[in-house]
Design a protein around this ligand. Structure first.
Ligand code: THU
Length: 133
């Protein structure tokens, strides 16, 4: 079933700039307001400078004035659902609580869901920055 989240992620995947890996990824995050933001991976000839689809979707959400992620959907043209990379797990956890559901999907429709806490157990969070009194 093509939900609004899946459609937003597919729309983003179609715009991916991935000339080096040929691996197009689309991500959608739903903010607490219900609004959906999407992003695609944007690669660079200096490979480490490329950015992931999740980062693009988060940037779009922040630019709209929202800071709370309620749901995540990631899609790629791969045989199996693609999980967010380690860095993106931390980026998503910045704005999403541990119970936020991340649905990973293929372009043909296979889906797999995990929470942010399952994807990033023992996350480094703001509470770890608190100093002793
Ligand atoms: N990529 C994403 O955009 N999100 C992920 O969750 C996994 C990987 C991108 C980065 C790079 O442009 C390409 O996929 C191959 O690693």
């Amino acid at each position: 079933m093509t939900t609004p989240m899946r459609q937003a992620a597919l729309d983003a995947m179609a715009k991916a700039y991935a000339p080096y890996s040929q691996f197009q990824v689309g991500a959608a995050v739903r903010g607490a307001s219900g609004k959906i933001y999407n992003g695609c991976n944007v690669e660079n000839v200096a490979y480490p400078e490329g950015t992931c689809a999740e980062a693009g979707a988060i940037a779009a959400m922040i630019m709209s004035g929202e800071t709370e992620i309620a749901e995540v959907y990631v899609v790629a043209g791969s045989p199996d659902p693609v999980p967010p990379c380690g860095g993106c797990r931390q980026k998503l956890r910045e704005f999403g609580q541990g119970d936020v559901v991340v649905t990973m999907a293929t372009d043909s429709g296979t889906e797999m869901s995990m929470t942010l806490a399952e994807l990033l157990p023992g996350a480094f969070t703001q509470s770890h920055l608190e100093k002793d009194a």
